[in-house]
Design a protein around this ligand. Structure first.
Ligand code: MF3
Ligand code: CO
Length: 258
């Protein structure tokens, strides 16, 4: 069963996701050579609590930190710590909160200093894929229309979409039905209806889509060590396409038009 949220519930989820977006703006602004991923995580914890919310990743299935910071060949679930960012890397920042009983979840990948053309194209394609997926999140479409938008956009650019992790419904739990794959199968999936809320999160690799999980039990890295990008928004299905809950004018992603 995929929950249909009331406008009241959506309003609370918008508040939760606005907190997430504000935290992402601040962390994205801190990304620079020499900054440790742990420093980003500490600032996130401080800000989330200052906004009166709770960091939802902390303690989730034993996860030890407040955010996931995934650098270069790390795809998702990078555990923040002593590692210092270096010029030329791309950095995925993933933030989740719980606020008045509802979850917010979003992520953005940003450049650390000057990056090469491949990493820039990877980030652009992943961002564009998210935008097109959000546009496809409209009432009457099927879930596979969302997945297809991601896959075709990324593969047309020569990149591959990760198979072993997917997006998800979100609401009173961080992960609700349905799973939101970034690739299509023979299933067209459930029909999307106004009021469904999904976290769409393309994870896109320069090389193979194969994944390896590090000995820490969390960090997912590309099997070939090549870079990966990750963007995420929490999105409400509407008649005209997805409404982004985690958007902010200070840092724009998932809204590309070309
Ligand atoms: N943002 C991730 C997701 O969408 C959650 C991170 S897993 C955690 O699934 F353990 F860090 F919480
Ligand atoms: Co998510």
């Amino acid at each position: 069963m995929i929950a249909i949220k009331s406008e009241h519930e959506i309003a609370i989820m918008r508040e939760a996701n606005q907190i997430v977006a504000e935290v992402l703006v601040t962390l994205a602004g801190m990304v620079a050579p020499g900054v440790s991923t742990g420093a980003l995580d500490e600032e996130a914890a401080r800000l989330i609590r200052a906004y009166g919310a709770k960091p939802s990743f902390l303690g989730y299935l034993g996860y030890p930190k407040n955010t996931c910071i995934s650098v270069d060949e790390q795809i998702i679930h990078g555990i923040p710590g002593k590692r210092k960012l270096m010029e030329g890397q791309i950095v995925s920042i993933d933030v989740g909160v719980k606020h008045h009983g509802y979850y917010g979840d979003a992520a953005v990948t940003v450049a650390c200093g000057k990056i090469d053309e491949t990493r820039q194209r990877l980030m652009d394609a992943t961002d564009l894929a998210l935008s097109r997926a959000i546009a496809a999140a409209k009432h009457g479409n099927y879930l596979s229309d969302v997945s297809r938008a991601v896959q075709t956009t990324c593969e047309a650019a020569g990149f591959s979409v990760v198979r072993s992790f997917v997006g998800h419904g979100i609401g009173t739990a961080m992960h609700e039905e349905p799973q939101v794959p970034n690739f299509v199968t023979r299933e067209k999936g459930p029909m999307l209806k106004t009021g469904m809320v999904i976290a769409i999160e393309p994870m896109v690799n320069v090389g193979t889509y194969d994944v390896r999980v590090l000995k820490d039990g969390w960090t997912a890295v590309t099997a070939d060590g090549k870079p990966s990008a990750h963007f995420e928004h929490s999105v409400v299905v509407r008649e005209a396409g997805g409404e982004i809950l985690s958007a902010t004018p200070k840092l724009v992603w998932g809204r590309r038009t070309n």
